[in-house]
Design a protein around this ligand. Structure first.
Ligand code: HMG
Ligand code: MG
Length: 318
């Protein structure tokens, strides 16, 4: 406490403006399952997606149409799409690295697709076997085809807070790739902390750099929780106007080309925090816990969601 003016030495955040509602994009069935050591049947993957849709989630990435040699866990995504019990009002999307993937996604009935680039050259090469510039060129025909089919395209930028191969990545470089995706027609750019190394002020600097030339309401946060920073980084960006968050049931996930990276921030943790702050998500936390229980049972792995584990215990004890 400052003796002279008796004011506390911090600024109260209670008056901070936060968004009234936030949109969540569920990653469990794609980012989550792509990094499991084993592959799962299309029917199990579809059941996970159906259960996720019944929690109130409106945007679900259901699979990816990439080389099955590169990511065998996502092979058969067309069968996942055809096994879905589609819920009206839910958008079922898919990752597509090139035109071949886009055509497969369209044939499978994806409502929306996503292209994925990297802010670092090292990860671009390892993940999609080309430079950043080449990847953007590959996305052009995908954008053209999507336009013809009246399909929306989301864009990802990986390694926004650091690269497992190149180390530091500059905010300007992140903003340049994000804006390139925006300029080519992606309606939303999801900023991926692929290896979960970011901290809050860094997240703010990157968000500020990106929002200089790409509308803030078109930016999403896709934070992996390797260093336990994802929720804090999301909070930091909510202060800056973030309204779209990618998360994964039970904190599942990771990228086969980002060794050691853990899952996305857990959907249960994000919903618990947002609802606790009075920010609407439209998601039923109890239904999420049931879905998490299903996936633990099927995958045989423990939850990476702190709120999920705590709520299950408190429900058992009540
Ligand atoms: P390439 O070897 O340069 O491509 O791979 P290619 O065109 O020379 O084709 C090689 C082979 O792949 C050919 O088959 C193609 O037909 C086949 P072959 O003749 O050898 O039998 N192929 C395909 N098969 C199915 N679907 C396709 C497709 N395209 C080519 N769409 C490629 C380039 C991009 C295809 C490859 O590197 C690849 O599939 N990479 C996938 C990487 C991936 O899925 N990573 C994980 C998702 S990204 C992520 O998790 C990050 C994110 O979550 C955000 C974050 O956290 O930062 C989004
Ligand atoms: Mg990811």
């Amino acid at each position: 406490m400052d003796k002279n003016n008796k004011k506390p030495p911090f600024i109260s955040t209670l008056a901070q403006k936060f968004p009234e509602s936030v949109s969540l994009v569920e990653m469990g069935a794609r980012d989550g399952l792509q990094n499991q050591p084993e592959t799962f049947s299309a029917s199990l993957r579809a059941e996970l997606v159906d259960r996720l849709a019944s929690t109130g989630l409106k945007r679900i990435e259901a699979g990816s149409f990439v080389s099955p040699k590169a990511v065998p866990q996502m092979a058969g995504s067309q069968d996942v799409f055809s096994a879905l019990n589609r819920k009206s009002g839910v958008v079922y999307s898919a990752l597509t690295p090139n035109l071949k993937g886009f055509e497969a996604a369209i044939a499978a009935g994806a409502d929306e697709v996503a292209v994925f680039a990297s802010a670092s050259e090292g990860f671009s090469q390892k993940n999609i076997n080309c430079t950043i510039t080449e990847s953007l060129q590959r996305f052009e025909p995908v954008m053209d085809a999507a336009k013809k089919h009246h399909l929306k395209v989301r864009g990802y930028v990986s390694c926004v807070m650091g690269c497992p191969y190149d180390g530091e990545v500059s905010p300007v470089q992140v903003a340049t790739v994000a804006n390139a995706l925006w300029q080519m027609g992606c309606y939303e750019i999801s900023l991926g902390d692929t290896i979960g190394v970011g901290t809050p002020l860094k997240a703010k600097r990157i968000f500020a750099a990106c929002s200089k030339n790409t509308p803030i309401q078109s930016l999403a946060a896709h934070f992996h929780n390797t260093y336990g920073q994802a929720l804090t980084n999301i909070y930091a960006l909510l202060e800056e106007g973030l309204t779209v968050i990618d998360s994964s049931i039970a904190g599942l996930g990771g990228c086969p080309y980002a060794p050691g990276a853990s899952g996305n921030v857990a959907t249960e943790d994000v919903v618990y925090m947002l609802e606790g702050m009075g920010i609407k998500t439209g998601i039923d936390l109890e239904a999420l816990l049931n879905t998490a229980r299903f996936i633990h049972r099927e995958l045989g792995i423990p939850s990476r969601s702190n709120a999920g584990v705590a709520l299950v215990h408190s429900n058992l004890n009540s």
